[in-house]
Design a protein around this ligand. Structure first.
Ligand code: C2O
Ligand code: CU
Ligand code: CU
Length: 492
């Protein structure tokens, strides 16, 4: 065995020898070949791209000999990667095979509000929901997930999420890796907690509701200990932070730099070189990683809960091992320019201020609560937007169709809150009066706000008026959202 391995190593170019690590050395436990979400192209019916999506309970083996109860979409855990060309009309035939109501939200998509799949479009057990709309979106990595009223955290924790891969001509014209499974990999990163029976029990207590529900096991596409093997000199990682609550500071164990090429809403104007980056729950980033030297490495995440300002980091965890097949010639130079981005300008039509606070002794009246939640509500106060908890019967504000507004989020809490707005992509005008960092200058639909921070956004909604279908604005820490850190507005 040893002899064979030594022979193999000596056959490799000298350059690569010192750095070669096998996955066995990178993962203490049994490594697994990375599994990608199935690329689903749907089927064409009268010019409409139709996807069949069935939400159902299942069991999944995350660890040898342990069978865990999960919820999946056309799969035991998580769902497919839906491939759509911008400009196409799509229809989703969503069947709820659960024994409870759900909903399926198209996160990041510009769409008629009645198709959004938020809490106002519940799908009853056994029912079929068939939203249809024209996708008018830049190429990028979007996703879909449960948005059932008060149950979003529980259903996503169990696995109810999947990816949307939108393609367009602008992106297709660039020399970027895009062969799925060869040099282009979609990674849903999550952390989960397993009990002694191997179950991902979802019973958030006081701490879980404040910090958000976090776990000690890292999953990539539902796998623990994944190894990505590639023969390409440069790969593209399309990463979704699919956690309920954890904010991930991502970096490689060997400190190598990588390039971010896209944010939530598609291509950046130019590649941004970085050696670490932060992704909050719901955020996506696309990154290029150079593997030509043949050296294996480990992607790592430092985890932060919502209370990181007072509690600090939850530690650094291994996420996925990258294992090049061999050393080889470098990839061609990157394009200097990527997407065409209009300058981000303040929205002149209105300025709305959203203040994020923690209520004093606020009780969460009318919500389902266990004792721990009650304690949280009474002792610490709930996370509020403009002093209020979510009320499905209250429209918090209305936005005129076609308006371009400036929305200001003032984080006056001691908590981190990643804020997400439905039905649009926005631009970050400033953080604390300073321009956003380069990798946040593109289109976004989630923005992390830190304690004490003021973030200004340019937000617009075009051609989607519907006074009867509210859109959501909320913290994407799902336990904050389910506890009421959400508002709703209509486009009129
Ligand atoms: Cu990703 Cu309102 O959700
Ligand atoms: Cu959304
Ligand atoms: Cu929050």
């Amino acid at each position: 065995m040893l002899l064979t391995r030594r022979h193999l190593l000596s056959a490799l170019p000298a350059l690569a020898m010192p750095a070669i690590l096998r996955p066995q050395a990178l993962w203490a436990r049994a490594p697994q070949t990375l599994a990608l979400p199935a690329l689903d192209e749907g089927r064409m019916i009268d010019g409409v791209r139709v996807f069949d999506l069935k939400v159902a309970r299942a069991t999944t083996q995350f660890m040898a000999g342990q069978s865990t109860d999960t919820i999946g979409i056309n799969a035991p855990y998580l769902g497919p990667n839906l491939r759509i060309k911008s400009g196409e009309t799509v229809r989703f035939d969503v069947t709820n095979a659960l024994d409870q109501p759900t909903s399926l939200h198209w996160h990041g998509l510009h769409l008629p509000p009645a198709m959004d799949g938020g809490p106002h479009q519940p799908i009853a057990p056994g029912a079929l929901w068939q939203p249809s709309f024209r996708v008018q979106q830049r190429a990028g990595t979007y996703w879909f997930h449960s948005h059932a009223h008060g149950q979003t955290g529980a259903q996503i924790w169990a696995g109810m999420a999947g990816l949307i891969r939108i393609e367009d001509d602008e992106e297709a014209a660039l020399p970027l890796p895009r062969t799925y499974g060869e040099d282009d990999f979609s990674l849903i990163i999550q952390d989960r907690r397993f009990d002694a029976d191997g179950q991902m029990t979802y019973e958030p207590g006081m701490h879980d509701i404040m910090a958000g529900m976090q776990g000690d096991q890292m999953l990539v596409n539902g796998q623990i200990g994944a190894v990505l093997t590639s023969a390409a000199p440069r790969i593209r990682l399309r990463i979704l932070n699919g956690a309920n609550a954890s904010i991930y500071r991502l970096h490689f164990a060997d400190g190598r730099t990588f390039q971010q090429i896209a944010s939530d809403g598609g291509l950046l104007a130019a590649p941004v070189a970085m050696s670490e980056t932060t992704l909050a729950p719901g955020e996506r980033g696309e990154y290029l990683v150079d593997l030509h030297d043949g050296a294996a490495t480990m992607l790592r995440a430092e985890l932060f809960g919502a209370m990181a300002a007072s509690m600090g980091s939850d530690g650094i965890r291994d996420v996925i091992a990258l294992q090049p097949v061999a050393a080889q010639a470098p990839a061609p130079d990157l394009p200097a320019r990527l997407g065409t981005l209009s300058p981000a300008l303040p929205g002149p039509d209105a300025r709305r201020v959203f203040s994020l606070t923690m209520g004093e002794g606020h009780t969460m009246g009318g919500m389902m609560m266990d004792d721990d939640t009650m304690m949280h509500g009474a002792m610490m106060g709930a996370d509020l937007i403009n002093g209020a908890l979510f009320d499905p019967d209250r429209i918090d504000f209305t936005v005129p169709e076609g308006a371009n507004e400036t929305w200001v989020f003032e984080n006056r809490a001691d908590m981190l809150h990643p804020i997400h707005i439905h039905g649009t992509q926005f631009r970050i005008l400033s953080r604390n009066g300073q321009p956003a960092p380069a990798h946040e200058q593109g289109w976004k639909d989630v923005v992390l706000t830190r304690p004490g921070e003021t973030v200004e956004l340019s937000v617009a909604f075009s051609a989607m008026a519907d006074p009867s279908a509210p859109l959501m604005l909320h913290c994407h820490i799902l336990e904050h959202e389910d506890a009421g850190m959400m508002q709703q507005f209509t486009i009129i």
